[in-house]
Design a binder for this molecule. Structure first.
Ligand SMILES: Nc1ncnc2c1ncn2[C@@H]1O[C@H](COP(=O)(O)OP(=O)(O)O)[C@@H](O)[C@H]1O
Ligand SMILES: [Mg+2]
Length: 373
């Protein structure tokens, strides 16, 4: 997969901008707050139809403007395609794929794949479960549109169920109906999570052992809302559904009491373990960085295995976070794919590269980007 040309109109701090990417390494450099991350965000938009930084589309529109438009020309599966996304303050987002309207966001998924790694992910190991869930959600959604739909459906059911739980006399049969919907979406989500955690774990274990010389074993601990799940063992949707029903029944008094849905995949955790210990409490700074790096490289391999194309790797200001060995390792793993990388210091980057490979340099300043020789 290869992003060729990005066009921005009133997106973030860009007024009108066209950027051409090279097939291999693209380095976007410039001072802070100039618009480097905004470019990665724009590219990322085409993988999920939404930003990886904000849930509010209005934030993406340039201050003082009513509409924004972004377009990407890219190559994948031996053909060239074009995506366009239009955002307006007073209208619905509209997306076209090769000039054909995309009516549902889930129809966009899977056509353009990225793996993103930015500084905010450095807290992935130690911070709360939300980020870890989101990370898996973004991966699975790119490959399984049904997963994305199940997540949005679940969100809606949880909202209605919470509203019902907060009533003074909740209607029991309505609660039953909602619980059944919740069970069906949740079983689907949990099934996908089991599959993907297992697959990421296999790939991550290989990479982790390469990077640590076999000293460290990385595993995932899936703390599902139905209890801890051993991802090595498949569960049928019916089995998952049964466990969900039991859990929901047992939690009912607490749910009624708190006015909150307690049993649902939106409260799960997918935690990391190093050599059998919970990385959240034990991992050192260095180990945490390695874990996230390994997770990201595993995502790259997983997507490649799945679609027989390499995703575009977006690295936001990450090299400065990694030591020399880890940087080298990254560069070694990705030498056959397109990467778009941002940094403030081009020197630092060249040092890692040892002058190897052809690099497309893009300089960004005050919402303007220009290609450099
Ligand atoms: N909707 C917007 N309209 C105009 N400017 C914006 C908008 N959103 C963000 N910005 C500006 O974009 C800049 C940050 O861009 P960013 O890409 O995050 O910087 P960096 O180069 O450090 O990665 C800031 O100056 C911010 O004010
Ligand atoms: Mg930035």
């Amino acid at each position: 997969m290869r992003a060729d040309k990005l066009r921005l109109e009133n997106f973030r701090n860009y007024e009108e901008q066209e950027i051409e990417f090279g097939p291999k390494i693209n380095v976007i450099h410039g001072d802070n707050a100039q618009g480097k991350t905004n470019l990665l965000e724009a590219v990322h938009m085409f993988s999920l139809g939404r930003s990886n930084r904000t849930a509010k589309d209005a934030e993406l529109i340039r201050h003082g403007c009513s509409d924004a438009k972004i377009a990407l020309d890219y190559a994948a599966y031996d053909r060239e395609s074009r995506f366009e996304i239009e955002l307006g303050r007073n209208k619905r987002k509209s997306i076209t794929y090769n000039d054909i309207p995309v009516r549902k966001n889930s129809e966009l998924l899977g056509k353009f794949n990225v793996v993103y790694f930015g500084p905010e992910l450095m807290g992935l190991v130690k911070e709360g479960p939300r980020g870890r869930r989101r990370n898996f959600d973004m991966l699975i959604s790119q490959l399984r549109p049904n997963y994305f739909s199940a997540l949005s459906n679940l969100r809606r059911v949880v909202e209605s169920k919470n509203a019902l739980l907060r009533m003074s006399e909740p209607n029991r049969s309505l609660l039953e109906i909602m619980n059944e919907k919740l069970v069906s979406y949740s079983a689907e989500i949990i099934g996908y999570r089991i599959e993907f955690i297992r697959r990421v774990e296999k790939l991550a274990a290989e990479i982790q052992s390469e990077i640590s010389g076999g000293r460290e074993e990385l595993k995932y601990r899936y703390m599902s809302c139905i209890g801890r799940v051993d991802v090595e063992n498949d569960m049928t949707p019916d089995e998952i559904g049964e466990r969900l029903r039991e859990k929901i029944k047992a939690a009912e008094p607490r749910e009624l009491d708190s006015g909150e849905t307690i049993i649902s995949p939106h409260r799960e955790d997918i935690a990391f373990e190093i050599n059998g210990k919970d990385a959240r409490s034990f991992a050192s700074q260095g180990q945490q960085k390695t874990i996230v790096l390994v997770q990201k490289l595993a995502e790259v391999r997983l997507i490649r295995d799945e679609i027989s194309e390499t995703p575009v790797l977006l690295l936001d200001d990450i090299l400065s976070e990694l030591d020399r060995n880890r940087r080298r390792f990254v560069m070694k793993c990705i030498d056959d794919m397109q990467i778009i990388i941002t940094c403030t210091d081009l020197e630092e980057f060249s040092e890692t590269m040892d002058g190897g490979g052809e690099i497309n340099k893009i300089y960004v300043s005050g919402g303007r980007a220009e290609r450099q020789p």
